[in-house]
Design a protein around this ligand. Structure first.
Ligand code: PMT
Length: 404
């Protein structure tokens, strides 16, 4: 494949030659296009050596056909990736500005896959202007490779690091859909929509043998109502659902189906770093059988049977540990006694911003039904109790109070 690699002026540009090297090693032809600022971080000689082609960096350089070089390059390239993509190039492309070689090429490069790997300081990444530009570009069909979290060049920790070249390669070649995920529409499955919220819903099933499991009565209705309410409010939703008959309708919901707590844990922890918030409404089994049989267990005479259980990972507590500045974490508490005390203990222990208490002692609340009555406790000491409402209305209330 013929790949255009754009490089802009961020410290992560030091990784760009490695990306080019890997692409070439995988048998692709690569043309580098750099901004003036990128060349403060990486030299033309390096880029020309690894790509084996003359660097394109100046619209008016000697030897260029000044008016059509970017047009012939956009015809040449089959896909294009900008790594790193600074806030500046993201803003220029979102605004349709073409004032140098790379931005002119980007504007001309239409109708073919275009990937951006943003890299910047966390505050810049979280700036509403950058998020607006990214949302605009995604709506235009540009694929955004989510930045990673970790220590940044500015000495702080947070989201904004350019993924490693190997990871970027995976994004570029991610043509095969994960069989356990379904998308409701043309909505992309491999890139983040912003702002994005993770929701867990439904029960988990913990396998005992080929035909039996430990489960619970969760129908998924509360979590799915939250996903719909979030999507209606303009969020992209990553919904991780246990076994449920519920269906989604909004195209901004991307659903990943799982069965066990450990599968839900793997999906939720992988998705959380690219989300601004997470609301965990799933009823996750705290324990699973220590052993599972791949055949149907047979009755053993008249004697009883003892199942040994081991603890499952606590997804909410893990997300509490992973939580970065600016991310919001909202949990549920399903209680039968000492409701407020138990909920408040979970709020603190799991490092939550809000906890939504529902009690099985309230008629019409909890599992299976279409209604719920909740109390929303905030880590700021706030507390709000709803009347009995439909789960759709409760979901709207939660979104309004916790994500405003
Ligand atoms: O699905 P429905 O039929 O509509 O019912 C909705 C509901 C009653 C399931 C929902 O409103 C609800 O209360 N969900 C949380 C149920 C629960 O498991 O509560 P908990 O108090 O045991 O867990 C506390 C929190 O930790 C929850 O956010 C839960 O998702 C999370 N958790 C629990 C255990 C675990 N191993 N990992 C987790 O993430």
């Amino acid at each position: 494949m013929r790949i255009l690699v754009g490089i802009t002026g961020g410290i992560a540009a030091y990784k760009s030659p490695q990306l080019v090297r890997l692409l070439r090693k995988a048998g692709h032809e690569v043309q580098c296009v750099a901004t003036r600022h990128a060349l403060q971080f990486v030299t033309p000689l390096t880029l020309e050596t690894v790509s084996g082609r003359r660097l394109y960096a100046d619209l008016f350089a000697d030897g260029n056909d000044h008016t059509t070089e970017h047009i012939s390059l956009k015809d040449w390239g089959e896909i294009m990736v900008v790594a790193p993509a600074t806030a500046n190039i993201i803003g220029k492309l979102a605004g349709g500005i073409a004032d140098d070689a790379l931005s002119a090429l980007l504007l001309a490069f239409t109708g073919k896959p275009l990937y951006l790997a943003p890299a910047m300081n966390t505050q810049m990444w979280e700036n509403p202007a950058v998020q607006r530009n990214l949302a605009r570009l995604e709506a235009d069909g540009v694929h955004i490779i989510p930045p990673a979290s970790g220590s940044l060049a500015c000495g702080t920790e947070g989201i904004g690091r350019m993924p490693e070249p190997e990871e970027i390669m995976e994004h570029l070649e991610l043509k095969v859909e994960n069989p356990t995920t379904q998308t409701n529409s043309q909505f992309p499955t491999t890139h983040s929509e912003l702002p994005k919220v993770l929701v867990t819903a439904g029960p988990t099933y913990e396998k005992i043998d080929a035909v039996r499991f430990i489960g619970n009565y969760s129908s998924g209705k509360m979590g799915f109502a939250l996903a719909e309410a979030l999507a209606k409010k303009g969020f992209a939703v990553e919904l991780v659902a246990g076994p449920t008959a519920c269906r989604t309708t909004h195209p901004a919901i991307h659903r990943t189906d799982v069965e066990s707590a450990r599968e839900m844990y793997a999906a939720a922890t992988a998705l959380f770093p690219s989300c601004q918030a997470a609301i965990l409404a799933a009823a996750v089994a705290d324990y699973r059988p220590a052993q599972t049989a791949d055949h149907k267990l047979k009755k053993q005479g008249d004697s009883g049977m003892t199942l040994e259980l081991v603890q499952n990972p606590d997804i909410l507590a893990t997300l509490g540990q992973m939580k970065q500045k600016g991310q919001r974490l909202i949990g549920f508490a399903l209680e039968t006694d000492h409701e407020a005390d138990n909920a408040l203990a979970k709020l603190e222990r799991k490092r939550l911003d809000y906890i939504i208490l529902n009690s099985l002692r309230d008629e019409g609340s909890g599992f299976g039904v279409d209604t719920n009555r909740v109390t929303i406790f905030g880590s700021d000491g706030s507390r709000h109790t709803s009347p009995l409402l439909s789960k759709a209305e409760v979901a709207e209330l939660i979104v309004a109070r916790c994500l405003a």
